[in-house]
Structures are given as structure tokens and as C-alpha cells.
Design a protein around this ligand. Structure first.
Ligand code: BES
Ligand code: ZN
Length: 928
């Protein structure tokens, strides 16, 4: 679950030391810097009956500059009382006022708090356990016995600690937290730290309760504080890191609501081993005495790295290890690793302000993959990285409406917008490029010394660069400038080549320019020069040795060993480590395609993926022809690597999705191409899964069947329908988890008016069955959108607003399913857009505060469409065309939080529209 952002002027550094407080010159909504918190004492009494909580907080503050006002962040809290104590003098606030826009409360006192003094601010308040998945919120579920139950949990990042207690809610204002919860005695109460004391008593309502006091935390940021209270069960293990020397065994516990904990064994084991890995990689012991993982039934994001108490969506943590898909396991392992990476990178050392969010997220993404690669080397996840992160980064960052990695955010509302593919995928890709260039050890040593200097403190990007410069002897800040401070990335064009026969070398002239997905680069848009590490591989270097070069000007040459022989070839960007695209001469593209066809294995997996994705991107940009893409797919006919097959599958699905309004000749042509790659694989691999299948064989079988179905292979569809019949009849084994969703989608999309109701109901029943695992539930919900019948589509759309059926956290799934799985996109997409416009008020009310879910639903409803009229439709909707003045103002305000996503959607629709117009004739000719 990631978000989109809004860009303004990047800021290099922020006040060090005491952090962001008081630096109002850059227009950020921050607290005055005259009082700085050092320690919090938080006491909360949650209620699972009234869903309100009472609380008190005592904050020790250091007074930097004398003042008689105390300003704290506070949102949706009722304040009953506020006092400040200096020495033994206590004064009550004479005035309490709120600024709801800035989410601040101001207490005014008669006497000044003198500069240099230590004071204690004490507040009594009441808050709400809301249903918005933010702050100290309520989550509902049905227990094993079928009873409705609730729990309460927190989600504070980025700026919702202020909904749980009045606080200095900024990442740079680190303090210690000593927390106490008063809860019904039979419930489990969790915090970042272990319990230190529990007292049982009967409260004023005559209820038996316990007061659970937790140990004091180290210095930390407010957004990482967490609480969970509910009827939970747990399993535990111990991690025993071998280094550093002072590393102690750590207890790892995994909590779920009752009945699910047996599904946590895989994640628990991954967590323990990941702890060991990071302790050794960072060479710094995990700083807390325990590490908990908790699955929360309602969860806005995917997972959250609260220090020592990481919270997850069920689907990101739980599975029946022996009865699930390979990709579910990979997702769980990766999510656990990513959040544990934050325990060091993000929690121990934290960005000073949200403009450097990428330091947290980009880095955790990179080392998250690193950890999974270490734990499961047989999964070869770095090639999967190319499809999952690298290509995402190139896609979003190819838009004019993208933004630099380092982007300023001014207010709470804007912070949420930068949890996007730039912070995560581009961030991780840029770090991977640097890691590859410097080498693993040099990079790791720089990171280690960075953590040593800044533990329990805050940083800006330049601090990391400084440590990497020290470990490498290179000026990293200069090298990385273009990558983090500018939007976009380069296209490297091969201008010419000269072979030196006597020296057996090839000299290639390269140039760089900004790559825009939609093409049409103007000179004004091409002002950045990136530092580009360029690798070249040839038939001589094979798959292992590459020659390394750097292009730091607009144009330059590289020279590497070469000879002219029958099987000669050369290419750039080995393993897709550099974040750029390459344009070769037509001649060379032909030669590479040919080599691919006859000697696929000559190229690394990453190279094969990259050829295809570069070819498609160049076609989109009008710099290449679609026939190159189609020929490449044909050349890869014998491909056996899962990740390459996945990228072929993505390309074919992308084409079907963009050309959905074209003639049958075109659509059938694309499908026939898809069948030519995937149907023979189905024939070879069959439908039965065996214990001895490896990780990739399982996935290739699933993918091949899926694509054959999407490309209307009637034999595959008939087999799936027959197996579906057996499955519904009670023979669960007829559909292995790896092809269950595929079969559901297939039977729904091929349903006739006679079979539609039975099929829809059967898949819906799988979704509703409490015994269905989280991943399977999600997928069943998503593929319901494959149904053609309008009656069922209406039913599905109505269901999305019924919280008894679909949790708000999952509402995007059926919408995305309709947009991408329905066999009649020409009919369904306009309908979806209409649904979105008609229901905007309801959708907005539901997701106003939430985790990019609004943006997701917008994109799923609109961004798959193609056509000039769609562009106009979205522009009109977003600007409130035709509405009265007040409604226009409201529309503009409501869409502010997804403005960038709207712009990105518009840009990609325009780009697809011109792709279709440009390549239509070529495709017709190609397929006729
Ligand atoms: N820090 C984020 C969680 C988060 C996201 C909080 C958005 C507030 C707003 C967490 O570390 C994260 O990145 N979660 C990912 C999953 C992860 C495996 C990439 C998410 O929620 O998508
Ligand atoms: Zn993260």
C-alpha cells in the first residue's frame, strides 16, 4: 500500500541536533522550537465498549527560549486540563485554543517558563478509537465461535500520534516514552517495550482490570510509538545473532487474534533469522529487549515498523506454510524483512524531516531484498527486483508529473503523498546502483559507521553520503546529486562504435538525455546530467565478467575488450543495476534479438528482462517500434526463466490493456502471440503440482496457465472449468493454491447467463469462508470483477460499501479486479468511471485519512482507460466543471491529497492514447 506525493522545492538540510522544531522559514507546519521534549510519561485507558479512551501525558521539556505558551500537536482529542510545572511551581493553563488545520493545541500560562529551565507539561484528555485505521483505532473481527469482537491498535506514521496523546509529533523531536495501559484483565496489552509491572484491581464501574506498566523506551520518534490491546494468542522463538559481540538473544513473539496463530510460524522463523542477518550486517545489536509481530484485522498500510512492535495486515504476515503460493511466502518474507530493516534504519537512526522519507523507505526496501536473498538464495530475488521495483521506478519516474526523491513536505496532509514508487522503488534502485558500484563491503562499512554516528539521532541524506564518501574515498554527494535532487533518469543512446582490430577493443560513443515515457523531450526538459555507472558485457565476458565505466557528461566514450567473431555481441547495463534505459542502433537490436532467439542463455536473466522492458518503453515514447517488442517476445519463445516469463506476461497484458478498444484482428493477434509463448508450457507442465516442484516450477506453471487463460486458450479454459467443478464439488485438491485464483478468474470471465450466478456465488463463498487464508481471500475478492453479467457487477459494486462484507482496507480489490480482470474492458471501464464519479462523496468520506487507499481507488477506476475523452472526463471531474462555486472549492480541496496521482493518471492515459494511435496500423499489418 503505497502513496503518491506532491512536490515542491527540495531542501538540503534541516536544523541538526534538536531537529525541525522552530525552523519555520521553509514554510513547514512545525511546532515552535522554544520547548523541546526529553521524556514522556503516557497513561491510557482504552475502552472496547465505549470506544473512547481517557489519558494523561506528562512531558519533560527543556526550555530553549523563555515563553508562556506551550504548543503541542493534537487531533480529535478533548483536552480537560493542562498544567506546567517548573521546579515546585505548578500553573494551570489560562487559555486552551486549537488550530484544527495545523492539528495543534496552544496552552497559555500567566507566567513565563524561563530559558534554560526544565519543565513538565501535564495534560488530561479523552480520545476516540476511530474506524479510520489511524491514531489509536478500533478494529473489528468475528472470532472462531462466530462472535463479533474488537481490538484496539495504533498506527501513528506519519502524523497520527497526535490522535492518541498531545505530543511533539515530529520525527526529529526524539524522547523517551514510559507508557501505562489500563485494560480488562483478560486482554493482552502490548507496547514497544516489555511489561515491567502489572497491578490488578476493580475499577469504578466494578470491572476487573489490570494496569500494565511498560519499560521506558530509548530515545525515539513519536511516529514509532505503538499499542495493541485485544484477545490475542501468540507463539515465540529466540533469535541468536552471532555479532556484534554485545548482541544478546532476543525473544521474538508473533500475535494474532485467537485461532490464527498457527499461520504465523513461517513469518516467525523468517523474523528470527532476519534479526540475525541485520544484527550482523549493520554490526549493531538490536537495541530493544524484545521484538513482536502482530497481525491486525483492519490495517490501512501493509505493515508498520513500530519499534519492537511491528504491526501487519493479516495477508502480509499469515499463511498456512504448507498450503499456500510461492509468491505469498515471498511477500511475507519480504514484508517482515523490510519492517525489521527499519528497526535500525529508520528507528535507531531517523530522518530529520519527511522530505528525507526515502532514506527510510528506499533503504529498507533495498536491504529488505538483501535479507530475503540471504535467507532464500534459491528464490533469486534480485532478478525479481527488476520486475517488482526497478521497472516500477522507471515507469513512474518517466512521467513529467514525477518528483525528485528528495522532496519537501510542509504539512501532515502532504506527508502521506510521498509514500510512493519514487521513495520506495526509485530509492531502492538508486541505492542498489550505488551498492553495485562501490561494492558490498565498502557500502556496508559506510552504512555501519553512519549508524554508529547517528544512533538515537536524526539525519539528512547528506549524512549518509558523507559516510559512504569516507568508506569509498569518492565524492558520493556529487555523484548522487542528479539521482536524488532531480526528477527522472537518463536514456543512454548508443551513437556510434569503432572496432580497433589491432587492440581487439571496441570504442562506443554514448550520450545521455532525460527519458520521458510519453516522449517529446524539449531542450528545457533536458538540463540534468546524471553520473551514470555503465557496465558493458560481451560474448567474451559472458555472464560474469563485465567492464565498468562511468558516463558523467552529456556524451562520452567507453572502450572495452572485443573481437569480431560469429557469435559476437555486446550490450550495456549488465543485470539492470544502472537506473537508465538504453537505445541501441536498429542494427544492434536485430543482432541482439537474433542472439536471444538462438542462444537465449548467452544473456543473463536481467539482460533478457531489460531488453524487453526497454523495447516497450522506447515504443511508448515513440523512439522505437512495436514490431521490435513483438519480435523480441517471439525470440523468447523458448524462455524458461520465471522472471523473464513474468516480464513477457506483463508486456502482453499491458498491450491487451492498452489496445482494448481496437479491432478483433489486433486483440486476437496479441492473444495468439501470448498463447504461442504460454500454451506450450501448460502442455509440458500440466495442472498437477508435486511436492518435488521447486519454487520456480510452481510459479511458471501458475503463470503459464494464467496467461493462456487471459489469451483465451479454450483448452486451458475448459480444463480449468472442469477442475473448478470438482473443486466446488468438494475435491479441494483439484485446484492447487497456485492456480486457484486463475481458475476462479477463468470461470467467471467465461460464464454464460446460465452459469454466471452459480460461479459467482461459489467464488464469493470462498471469499466469505472464515477458513480461507488471507491471501486467497484477497484474490477471490479481486477476481470477482471478472464476471461479465451486469447484474453481478452491480451486486459487486454495491457490496464494496458494505462493511459487513468488505473491510475498508480491502475496498480497492474488487475495483482493481473489475478494471484489470474483466474480459470486457470496453464495457466495464466506462462503467467504473461513472461509478467513481457518482460515488465520490461516499468514497472520499471513507478514505479521507487513509494510506493512499483513495489514490488507489482513483487509479483503479480511471487510469486503465484510454482515450482523449477520458482525459477530459477526469479533468472536468477533478476541477468540478459545471458545479457551483462552493462545490468547485470542495472538489478541489477534497482532491488535493491525490492531486499528483490524478496528474500522473492523466499523463499515462494521454501517453497510452498516443501509443495506440501511433501503432494501430503497424499492429493491424503485423497480425494480418
Ligand atoms: N513505514 C511504512 C508503513 C507506512 C506506509 C506508514 C504509509 C504510513 C504510511 C512501512 O515500513 C512500509 O513500507 N510498509 C509497506 C510494506 C512494505 C513491505 C513495503 C506498505 O505498507 O505498503
Ligand atoms: Zn517501510
Amino acid at each position: 500500500m503505497r502513496k503518491v506525493h506532491s512536490a515542491t522545492q527540495p531542501t538540503d538540510s534541516l536544523a541538526g541536533g534538536l531537529g525541525g522544531a522552530g525552523q519555520s522559514g521553509n514554510g513547514r507546519d512545525i511546532l515552535p522550537g522554544n520547548l523541546v521534549p526529553t521524556a514522556y510519561n503516557v497513561w491510557l485507558t482504552p475502552s472496547l465498549v465505549s470506544f473512547t479512551f481517557d489519558g494523561t501525558v506528562a512531558i519533560d521539556v527543556a526550555c530553549i527560549e523563555s515563553t508562556n505558551v506551550v504548543v503541542l500537536n493534537s487531533k480529535n482529542l478533548t483536552i480537560h486540563k493542562a498544567e506546567v510545572t517548573v521546579g515546585d511551581v505548578t500553573q494551570f493553563a489560562s487559555d486552551i485554543s486549537f488550530n484544527t488545520d495545523k492539528e495543534q493545541v496552544t496552552f497559555t500560562f500567566a507566567d513565563q517558563i524561563p530559558a534554560g529551565s526544565s519543565a513538565s507539561v501535564y495534560v488530561e484528555f479523552t480520545g476516540i478509537h476511530n474506524e479510520q485505521m489511524a491514531g489509536f483505532y478500533k478494529s473489528s473481527y468475528t472470532d472462531e465461535a462466530g462472535n463479533k469482537k474488537n481490538l484496539v491498535a495504533t498506527q501513528f506514521e506519519a502524523t497520527d500520534c497526535r490522535q492518541a496523546f498531545p505530543s511533539y509529533d515530529e520525527p526529529a523531536l526524539k524522547a523517551t516514552f514510559e507508557c501505562t495501559l489500563v485494560v480488562p484483565e483478560e486482554l493482552t496489552a502490548l507496547n514497544n517495550m516489555p511489561e515491567v509491572a502489572t497491578t490488578f484491581f476493580t475499577n469504578t464501574d466494578g470491572k476487573k482490570v489490570k494496569e500494565v506498566k511498560f519499560a521506558r523506551t530509548p530515545l525515539m520518534s513519536t511516529y514509532l510509538v505503538a499499542f495493541v490491546v485485544g484477545d490475542l494468542e501468540s507463539i515465540e522463538t529466540v533469535a541468536t545473532p552471532k555479532s556484534p559481540e554485545n548482541a544478546e538473544p532476543i525473544t521474538i513473539r508473533l500475535f494474532t487474534v485467537k485461532g490464527l496463530v498457527s499461520q504465523g510460524t513461517f513469518a516467525l522463523d523468517v523474523a528470527a533469522r532476519t534479526h540475525q542477518f541485520f544484527s550482523e550486517y549493520f554490526n549493531e545489536a538490536f537495541p530493544l529487549p524484545k521484538s513482536d509481530l502482530v497481525a491486525i484485522p483492519d490495517f490501512g498500510a501493509g505493515a508498520m515498523e513500530n519499534w519492537g512492535l511491528v504491526t501487519y495486515r493479516n495477508v502480509a504476515l499469515l499463511c498456512e506454510a504448507e498450503n499456500t503460493t510461492a509468491s505469498a511466502k515471498k511477500e511475507i518474507a519480504y514484508t517482515v524483512a523490510h519492517e525489521l530493516a527499519h528497526q535500525w534504519f529508520g528507528n535507531l537512526v531517523t530522518m530529520s524531516w519527511w522530505n528525507d522519507l526515502w532514506l527510510n523507505e528506499g533503504f529498507a526496501t533495498f536491504v529488505g531484498w538483501l535479507a530475503v536473498d540471504f535467507l532464500f538464495p534459491e528464490w533469486e530475488v534480485w532478478t525479481n527486483f527488476i520486475n517488482a521495483e526497478f521497472n516500477q521506478a522507471l515507469q513512474l519516474d518517466g512521467l513529467r508529473s514525477s518528483h525528485p526523491i528528495d522532496v519537501d513536505v510542509k504539512s501532515a496532509a502532504e506527508v502521506g503523498e510521498i509514500f510512493d514508487a519514487i521513495s520506495y522503488s526509485k530509492g531502492a534502485s538508486v541505492i542498489r546502483m550505488l551498492n553495485g558500484y562501490l561494492g558490498r563491503d565498502v557500502f556496508m562499512n559506510g552504512v555501519r559507521s553512519y549508524l554508529q554516528e547517528f544512533k538515537y539521532k536524526n539525519t539528512v541524506t547528506a549524512d549518509l553520503w558523507r559516510h559512504l564518501s569516507a568508506s569509498s574515498g569518492k565524492d558520493i554527494s556529487t555523484l548522487m546529486h542528479g539521482w536524488t535532487k532531480e526528477t527522472g533518469y537518463p536514456l543512454i543512446t548508443v551513437e556510434s562504435q569503432t572496432y580497433d582490430e589491432s587492440a581487439n577493443t571496441l570504442t562506443v560513443t554514448l550520450s545521455q538525455s532525460r527519458f520521458l515515457s510519453a516522449g517529446g523531450l524539449t531542450p528545457e526538459e533536458d538540463t540534468v546530467t546524471w553520473w551514470v555507472p555503465v557496465t558493458a558485457s560481451t560474448h567474451l565476458t559472458g555472464k560474469t565478467g563485465v567492464s565498468k565505466h562511468v558516463l558523467h557528461d552529456k556524451a562520452g566514450t567507453i572502450t572495452f575488450p572485443y573481437n569480431i567473431s560469429e557469435n559476437a555481441f555486446w550490450k550495456l547495463n549488465f543485470g539492470a543495476e544502472g537506473l537508465y534505459r538504453v537505445k541501441y542502433s536498429d542494427e544492434q537490436v536485430k543482432q541482439i534479438s537474433h542472439t536471444l532467439e538462438v542462444r537465449t542463455e548467452t544473456f543473463s536473466v536481467g539482460d533478457r528482462i531489460l531488453f524487453l522492458s526497454d523495447a516497450m518503453a522506447l515504443t511508448n515514447a515513440g523512439l522505437g517500434s512495436i514490431t521490435t517488442v513483438l519480435n523480441l517476445i517471439k525470440a523468447l519463445f523458448n524462455e524458461t526463466n520465471f522472471n523473464v516469463l513474468e516480464s513477457i506476461a506483463n508486456t502482453i497484458q499491458g498491450l491487451l490493456s492498452s489496445f482494448y478498444l481496437e479491432s478483433e484482428t489486433v486483440l486476437e493477434g496479441i492473444k495468439a502471440l501470448g498463447r504461442s509463448v504460454f500454451s506450450p508450457k501448460v502442455a509440458t507442465l500440466g495442472y498437477e503440482f508435486s511436492e518435488s516442484d521447486d519454487y520456480f516450477t510452481q510459479q511458471i506453471r501458475g503463470l503459464a496457465i494464467s496467461l493462456a487463460d487471459r489469451c483465451s486458450d479454450v483448452n486451458v479454459q475448459a480444463e480449468l472449468a472442469s477442475r473448478f467443478g470438482d473443486f466446488v464439488g468438494g475435491k479441494i485438491t483439484a485446484l492447487h493454491p497456485e492456480i486457484r485464483t486463475v481458475a476462479f478468474r477463468s470461470v467467471l470471465s467465461t460464464a454464460t447467463p446460465e452459469t454466471a450466478d452459480a460461479r459467482f456465488s461459489a467464488v464469493f463463498a470462498v471469499y466469505m469462508d472464515p477458513a480461507t487464508q488471507a491471501e486467497a481471500k484477497d484474490e477471490a475478492l479481486r477476481v470477482l470483477g471478472a464476471i461479465r453479467s451486469s447484474e453481478h457487477i452491480d451486486k459487486l459494486l454495491a457490496m464494496t460499501f458494505d462493511p459487513e462484507i468488505i473491510r475498508s482496507q480491502d475496498m480497492y480489490a474488487p475495483i482493481a479486479g473489475l478494471a484489470t480482470s474483466n474480459p470486457d474492458p470496453a464495457i466495464i471501464r466506462p462503467l467504473l468511471r461513472e461509478w467513481f464519479r457518482n460515488n465520490w462523496d461516499k468514497i472520499y468520506a471513507k478514505f479521507e485519512s487513509g494510506f493512499g487507499l483513495l489514490g488507489y481507488i482513483f487509479s483503479a477506476s480511471f487510469s486503465t482507460s484510454v482515450g482523449e475523452e477520458v482525459v477530459k472526463e477526469i479533468e472536468d471531474w477533478a476541477s468540478g466543471a459545471g458545479l457551483d462555486e462552493e462545490a468547485v472549492a470542495r472538489r478541489v480541496k477534497e482532491t488535493a491529497g491525490i492531486r499528483r496521482r490524478i496528474d500522473q493518471g492523466l499523463e499515462s492515459i494521454k501517453s497510452k492514447t498516443s501509443l495506440v494511435a501511433r501503432e494501430r496500423e503497424t499492429l493491424v499489418a503485423y497480425f494480418t
